[in-house]
Design a protein around this ligand. Sequence first.
Ligand code: ASP
Length: 325
Amino acid sequence: MRSRREILQYTGAALAALPFAKAFAQASKPEAKSPGGPIVVSTWNFGVQANDAAWKFLGHGGRALDAVIAGVAVPEADPKNQSVGLGGLPDRDGHVTLDACVMDENGNAGSVACVEHIVHVAALARKVMENTPHVMLVGEGALQFALANGFQKENLLTPESEKAWREWLKTAQYRPVANVENHDTIGMVALDAAGNLSGTCTTSGMAYKMRGRVGDSPLIGAGLFVDNEVGAATSTGLGEEVIKIVGSHLVVEQMRLGKSPEEACRIAVERIVKKHPQKREDLQVGFLALNKQGEHGAYCIQKGFQYAVRSDSVNALIDGKSHFA
Ligand code: ASP
C-alpha cells in the first residue's frame, strides 16, 4: 500500500515528468459540467487502489455508476482483503456472506444481502437494480439470480480466513473491535464529468457475525444514499448503529439543508454518540460524503478512519476527523 506522501509525490512527479501526457489528458478530457467533478471518494486505505480503477472511467468522461462498480471490484477480488468479497471473514458458522448495494443518478437502487459464493456483489446489486422490478434480493434467491445472470459460483473462504475463524472458535467471543487494522467495507461515491452522482457499498460484514445477520451496507439509506440534486454518502463501522439512525440518508438530508459534507457527517456521528456518550473501544462508525459541487468530507466516532480521494488534482488518503481523540 502506498503511503499518502508517496501517492502525492507520485501524482506530482508523473505530471511534471510527462507534460505531453498532461497535454493529452487535457485535450482528450470532456468538458466538465460540474465544477467539482469528476471526483471519487471511498472508505479506508484500500480505497486508494479502488479509486485508481474507478478513475479509468471517471478520468475519461465515464459514468459515475460504471466507475464505482469497477472501483470496488478491486477489493472484492482481493483475497488478502478480509472485509470485502473474496477472502472476507466468515460468520460464526464459517460461511462467508456478502452484502452490497448501489444507487445511480436517477435515484434507482439495487441491493443484495447475505449472498454466498459470489465475489462481485456490487455488480450483482446493479443487476438487481437494472434487470428486476425489485430493489433487494437476499440469500438463496440472490445466489440463484446471480447464477442465472452469468456470475460464477466460487468458494470465498480463503485458507487465511478459515485459519482466522478456527482461531476465533477457540474463544468464540463475538465482540466487534474498532481499530484501523480491522477496517471493513468499501463505500464509494463519485461525481462524473456530466455532473452526475452514483455510489455503492460492499462488504463481508462484521467478522464472525450470527448466521443471517445483515448490516447497514446493503440497506439503502443506511449504508448508502445518493440524491443527484444534493450529494451522496456512505458509511462503515458497526452497522447496527448506522441502521438505527438511517445514517447515510441523514447525511444527505443535512447537506440538502446547506451543511458541508464534513459537517453533515459530524451530525450523523453525534446522533450515535448521544446514545453512547462514553468512549467504547468496540464502537466505531465513519461516514463519508460528497456533494454535488465535488466537495467531500468525513467524520467518525473515534480516530482511525481514513478515506481515499481521487480527482484531476488530488490522489490522497485523508484522516477523517473524529468525535473522540
Ligand atoms: N458496516 C459493516 C457492517 O456492519 C461493517 C463495517 O463497515 O465495519 O456490516
